[in-house]
Design a protein. Structure first.
Length: 443
């Protein structure tokens, strides 16, 4: 067992940790993560409007309150949809600005100007103008990958031009705001002069503008991202990164967020059309079934720690139980500890993967309502799961099942860990006893 653990630690230290460290510090991963974080408040509020637009009641209900709500939502659906359409419906605008601003900051460029440049680059290729109207088809989930590509491209162009001093410089006496506006003139011209002709060329050759062509090329990848293997792989990587002391959630969500947002938009469009929801693996699924209480689904473990026979673990349980309700489990991860603890490695890795299999299977059989809303990741699991599925009750049951299964898996490993700690403490007391006795005799 000891040699196996040493081999595992060696692999983590020599291969996984350096790779995860480089990936976590990668400029583009950071920019994508920051872009989605910046857009998150708008998307959460927009998603919350779905609760009012599509109340969780049967269409033929006769209950007074439910019937009144349904009638109200149907009568004023166009008005109620406006906040949703101007938040979730144009999510790519917020994302493109956020990605551009974050990446520009990393290249020591003005974040406001790089954000606006990214916004213009995206609109140039993704919002065709005809008959006095701008198409909004690709301003939601269908345009996410285009928003990321154009934001990165425009920022890199701006950085390259500035690095080679290809810019308009004004005297120092000119106000900073004016000088900054003139500095970005050449990048704007270059972006227009490259992206617009490219868009026209692709459209003439394929009949598709850039975002449509990108989604066509990425369709197999987007489809694969919603599969059980993709789900298990992303969870496995997150857990291994965390076990080696690296914030795996930030890395995995930074990579998966474009896929999740694309699939969320498809689910919301299906909900609005009254069609079957096409996707399962979304951020609400990740947050509320796989990370119950935080990475490793440690909320059930926190309850077990409260009744631990070891004082140290019982204290950690008391410190960590309240944050764990809100999916913050660093006190448990580093206090117990779970990180780099060979006894807790197996349950830490397997618990969220088993939860994934359970929730995915239940959804496939039609027992579990699917995600249609974006929720704050700090929302307690049963509440957040129900909220994400438009306040259905089945997610609450699923969360409780996952918690019970997680507790059963964690329990034997926790008991083994308690025994190990008790044994170590007894040996320590035994070794200290002769020294203490010698001190007493000398006195």
């Amino acid at each position: 067992m000891s040699s196996l653990y040493q081999s595992m630690v060696a692999v983590i230290e020599q291969s996984i940790t350096p790779l995860a460290g480089r990936l976590g510090q990668q400029k583009y991963v950071i920019a994508i993560r920051d872009g989605f974080t910046a857009a998150l408040p708008f998307m959460i509020i927009g998603s919350f409007m779905l609760v009012f637009i599509f109340p969780p009641f049967s269409a033929d209900t006769t209950v007074g309150f439910a019937r009144a709500w349904l009638d109200f939502s149907q009568t004023y659906r166009a008005q109620l949809m406006l906040p949703f359409n101007l938040s979730m419906g144009v999510m790519t605008l917020f994302i493109s600005v956020g990605v551009g601003a974050s990446l520009g900051r990393q290249f020591n460029l003005d974040p406001v100007m790089t954000g606006l440049l990214a916004f213009m680059a995206f609109m140039l290729v993704a919002a065709p103008y005809a008959d006095g109207k701008i198409s909004t088809q690709y301003l939601s989930g269908q345009g996410i990958f285009t928003a990321l590509i154009t934001a990165i491209y425009s920022t890199r162009v701006y950085a390259a031009l500035k690095q080679h001093n290809i810019t308009i410089r004004l005297p120092k006496e000119v106000p900073t705001g004016v000088a900054r506006s003139f500095e970005i003139l050449i990048p704007v011209l270059v972006i227009i002069g490259t992206l617009h002709p490219l868009n026209l060329f692709i459209e003439s050759q394929t009949g598709m503008i850039i975002p449509e062509a990108i989604m066509h090329l990425l369709a197999p990848l987007v489809s694969a991202s919603d599969s059980l293997p993709a789900m298990l792989l992303s969870v496995l990587l997150c857990q291994i990164f965390w076990f080696s002391g690296i914030h795996g959630s930030m890395i995995v969500t930074g990579i998966m967020s474009p896929f999740w947002m694309t699939n969320l938009a498809a689910n919301q469009a299906a909900l609005a059309a009254g069609a079957a929801l096409p996707h399962i693996y979304l951020q609400g699924f990740w947050d509320h079934y796989l990370l119950i209480g935080g990475v490793g689904s440690t909320l059930p473990l926190a309850f077990l720690l409260l009744r631990s026979k070891v004082t140290h673990l019982r204290t950690i349980g008391k410190l960590g139980i309240v944050p764990s309700f809100f999916n913050i489990n660093e006190p448990i991860l580093f206090g117990a500890p779970i990180i780099m603890n060979p006894i807790m490695f197996i349950p830490f890795i397997t618990v969220p993967m088993i939860n994934a299999i359970l929730a995915y299977t239940a959804t496939k059989f039609g027992w579990l309502a699917q995600v249609v809303s974006l929720t704050p990741w700090t929302t307690p699991a049963p509440i957040g799961a129900s909220w994400a599925a438009n306040w259905a009750f089945s997610p609450v049951v699923m969360c409780l099942i996952c918690m019970a299964v997680s507790a059963l898996i964690y329990l034997p490993f926790l008991r083994a860990y308690e025994h190990s700690l008790s044994k170590t403490e007894a040996e320590k007391n035994l070794n200290e006893a002769p020294a203490l006795a010698g001190t007493v005799r000398s006195n």
